[in-house]
Write a protein that binds this ligand. Structure first.
Ligand SMILES: Cc1cc2nc3c(=O)[nH]c(=O)nc-3n(C[C@H](O)[C@H](O)[C@H](O)COP(=O)(O)OP(=O)(O)OC[C@H]3O[C@@H](n4cnc5c(N)ncnc54)[C@H](O)[C@@H]3O)c2cc1C
Length: 436
């Protein structure tokens, strides 16, 4: 048994929360620093001053059954995934019922049956998709690292590329198919569609993001003696003979600030800045990442409106920015009720739309939803997270978790098989603790 260490975790996003919970479980003395007043990072409940009368998230999130580490962490801090997530077989269908929907069952069989039963596809499209998927599986879902998703799928019929591959790619990697890494895309497909039963299931939040993990994790940490410092920005990290000094407003005022280990789970830009003096190569690597925004447009449809499914795919196009639409009125449970008829549309890979401006995006999505569903909707709020995820391009050089002696990193941006996701963030938090 190694003696307990004084561990500072910088950043209470899902990576930092995972690291803090794991390190505390192993008996270490943990202090979690978070500059914002709210934990959760990019997957957080926004403060109450949004102008809406229900809790608003930083952006609509979905999980999938393959997020086994995230689901286990939720259970560990006392959240029952079944109470805050609606589990349903993967359905990537439009309002007219066209598109792919899997039935429950063994993954390969479910995929085969789903493709054969998909509405709106010609037999030629189905055969081409099955042939391509068989080829990917036979090659172990691996490909040349420099390949883009567009190049990987160039042989598929255009209707399939437009109707399935492109929206799926931008939704999963937040990167357009023309730029996205085929290697990461194939890995996501492998883990989601072709691993254990239920791995492809969609898990749609029925509560706000705070209730999914951050609230319970903070509670869990506090009950086990960890120190949680919200609203406490780490301004610098300094190495001395006796450990790591974490510079905050409180430490400047003479507070406790010396640690044996630091886990840097801050957002990539902040982490690169804090690590610059100790790991310049790592810092340069992380600074070189490019980011892509996600816009969420909240709309009010007439009360009583119910989408045919809680999550619908939308047909994209030059004037149609959103690729997915959620029925929040139907999804949100008692934990954070939302008015009837509230819909949330997600615009991924949204840099072009951010340039055009949020009001223009809101109007374009409003028109898109009217066309797709033939209902009147008004825009309640348009929210953008400008650095939502890193741009997941081929051959990306992502930083490792070891920065310098006693200085480790965690976060969705670190080297790993996944794109920017909750599961990637949580796994990296746990992995950093393994290196303590
Ligand atoms: C709109 C949107 C939609 C998304 N949709 C999905 C989805 O459907 N499914 C999915 O799996 N993923 C999705 N993601 C990605 C997912 O949210 C991220 O991958 C994940 O939240 C990253 O967690 P993290 O802990 O690595 O980083 P972050 O969440 O960025 O956490 C870093 C934390 O560090 C804090 N911090 C920064 N600097 C300092 C400092 N100096 N001192 C103290 N604290 C500091 C920040 O305030 C933040 O809380 C989405 C992201 C966005 C923005």
């Amino acid at each position: 048994m190694s003696p307990p260490l004084r561990v500072a975790v910088v950043g209470a996003g899902w990576a930092g929360l995972a690291a803090a919970v794991e390190a505390t479980s192993r008996g270490h003395h943990v202090t979690l620093f978070e500059m914002s007043a709210t934990a959760g990072g990019r997957a957080r409940r926004l403060p109450a001053d949004t102008g809406l009368d229900f809790p608003l998230d930083n952006g609509q999130h979905i999980l999938i059954g393959a997020y086994s580490t995230t689901l286990a962490l939720m259970r560990r801090v006392g959240v029952d995934p079944g109470r805050v997530l609606l589990r349903q077989p993967l359905a990537l269908q439009r309002a007219d019922g066209s598109g792919l929907a899997l039935l429950p069952g063994a993954p390969l069989l479910a995929f085969l049956r789903g493709v054969l039963a998909a509405r709106g596809w010609r037999w030629r499209d189905r055969a081409a998709l099955l042939a391509a998927a068989t080829g990917w599986a036979l090659r172990g879902f691996r490909c040349a690292p420099e390949l883009t998703v567009a190049a990987l799928c160039a042989g598929l019929p255009p209707a399939l590329r437009r109707g399935l591959i492109e929206p799926l790619c931008v939704a999963a990697l937040n990167t357009p198919a023309s730029l996205a890494s085929a290697q990461v895309f194939l890995r996501v497909l492998r883990d989601a569609l072709f691993s254990g039963p239920g791995s492809a299931d969609l898990l749609l939040p029925t509560a706000d993001l705070g209730a999914l993990l951050p609230d319970a994790a903070l509670d869990w940490l506090a009950k086990r003696g960890a120190t949680v410092a919200l609203g406490c920005r780490v301004a610098g990290l300094h190495r001395s003979a006796s450990g790591w000094q974490v510079e905050t407003a409180a430490s400047k005022a003479g507070g406790e600030d010396l640690f044996d280990r630091v886990i840097l789970a801050a957002s990539p830009t902040q982490a690169a800045h804090l690590a610059a003096a100790h790991a310049p190569g790592w810092s340069a690597q992380v600074s070189a990442l490019r980011f892509e925004p996600i816009i969420t447009v909240l709309m009010q449809a007439p009360p009583g409106t119910r989408l045919p499914q809680p999550m619908l795919m939308l047909e994209g196009g030059t004037l149609a920015p959103a690729e997915v639409l959620f029925d929040l009125g139907a999804l949100r449970g008692r934990a954070s009720p939302v008015a009837d008829g509230v819909l949330a549309a997600v615009v991924s890979g949204a840099s072009g739309w951010v340039e055009r401006g949020l009001p223009v995006t809101g109007q374009a999505v409003q028109a898109q939803v009217r066309r797709a569903l033939s209902i009147e909707v008004s825009v309640l709020k348009t929210h953008a997270e400008k650095r939502a995820t890193f741009l997941c391009v081929p051959g990306l050089d992502r930083g490792s978790a070891r920065l310098a002696p006693g200085l480790l990193a965690a976060g969705d941006h670190l080297a790993g098989p996944y794109p920017s996701t909750l599961e990637g963030a949580v796994r990296s938090g746990l992995a950093a603790v393994d290196l303590l």
